[in-house]
Design a binder for this molecule. Structure first.
Ligand code: MLT
Length: 338
């Protein structure tokens, strides 16, 4: 039978004390977190939008900021930090102090596609953020300049193949959803146009209107007013169903190119380590805001789809990020290699 030595009994006492201190520290931290959440937000919050003003990310980020502001009684100020397909602003958010004063509008590009396209991304969408909630899903469409010599997907494919060397495609940077959507389109058709990067699809749209760029792949809300005004054309919705905002534009599925399927999520995230009670408070506010009739109408009129409440909270968004990273990584690697 083993006898306990004085030394091992001493160690046990030391470990018991360490355990008690750790438990006390955790309790103290929980108390600080709870207190912080009660007074949160006690100062202005920055909402980083990692793309240019006026585009789908900016508009989604501003809708969320407005909801937070109205529900939580504090200023939520949008800061546009464009560059590198949204990864510059996302990295800044990942490294910000995790106290609820910095949030980021992330989407299928920055928070699911980027790991497949950047070997040294600098952040991990799954590990470096606290998901807050999904704002909307925004199906893309193929938009072309108004005098582009094609009026449907079949004609686009024929023209693009015959004129590949002079074809220009605008996008919001490698990893952006406009890049991802058109990567799927181009690789399915087998073309490599000249890629023209911008800090967002709002400036891409201006270049299309000016006739400097031939086409882009953009969530419906970007090209919508220009398509309606006849200053740009929409050739295909990259989704299984047509957009109620542009009911005459057939889908890529209807036109025989189902590989061109891109309906990115737009969502809110906080840096990893943001206290849970703060995350919960933000998630609840966002959820309530998305139930408001005026917010729902605004998103609907922009061609966006709002998910059911059980599919848009922190847990559901975390799962969506995980499943989208897993789904997109092989697809994007194969498409990039083509
Ligand atoms: C934007 O807001 O400019 C777009 O959502 C960017 C993108 O293509 O990802």
């Amino acid at each position: 039978r083993k006898t306990r030595t004085k030394k091992s009994a001493g160690h046990d006492r030391e470990w018991t004390m360490k355990g008690k201190w750790a438990a006390a520290a955790l309790l103290a931290l929980a108390a600080v977190n709870a207190a912080q959440a009660q007074t949160y937000p006690s100062r202005q919050v920055t909402v980083i939008v990692p793309f240019a003003a006026g585009g789908p990310a900016d508009i989604s980020g501003r809708i969320a900021a407005d909801i937070f502001q109205r529900h939580l009684g504090q200023q939520f100020v949008v800061e546009n930090v464009g560059g590198a397909g949204g990864t510059t602003g996302s990295l800044r958010a990942a490294r910000a102090t995790a106290d609820g004063t910095t949030l980021v509008m992330g989407h299928m590009g920055t928070h699911a596609a980027a790991p497949a396209l950047y070997p040294n991304l600098g952040y991990d969408p799954e590990k470096d953020f606290e998901p807050i909630g999904l704002i909307a899903v925004q199906p893309e469409l193929l938009a072309v300049r108004k005098d582009f010599p094609a009026s449907n997907l079949k004609e686009f494919v024929a023209y693009a193949k015959a004129n590949e060397s002079k074809l220009n495609m605008g996008h919001a940077g490698v990893g952006s959803v406009s890049y991802v959507g058109c990567l799927l389109l181009n690789s399915a058709i087998g073309i490599k146009p000249t890629l023209v990067p911008f800090t967002g699809t709002a400036p891409v749209m201006n270049a299309i209107l000016a006739g400097n760029v031939d086409y882009d792949c953009d969530p419906v809300l970007g090209p919508l007013p220009h398509v309606r005004a006849g200053t740009a054309k929409a050739l295909a919705i990259a989704h299984k169903k047509r957009s109620p905002m542009l009911p005459d534009v057939p889908t890529s599925y209807e036109q025989g190119l189902p590989q061109f399927d891109c309906a990115p999520f737009y969502a809110m995230f906080a840096p990893k380590g943001t206290p849970q009670p703060i995350v919960d408070k933000l998630a609840e506010a966002l959820n309530k805001g998305l139930e408001e009739e005026a917010v729902q109408k605004r998103l609907y009129d922009l061609g966006a789809e709002i998910a059911e409440p059980n599919q848009r909270g922190p847990k559901a968004l975390g799962e969506l990020v995980r499943s989208e990273v897993a789904r997109l990584t092989p697809i994007l690697k194969a498409a990039s290699a083509k």
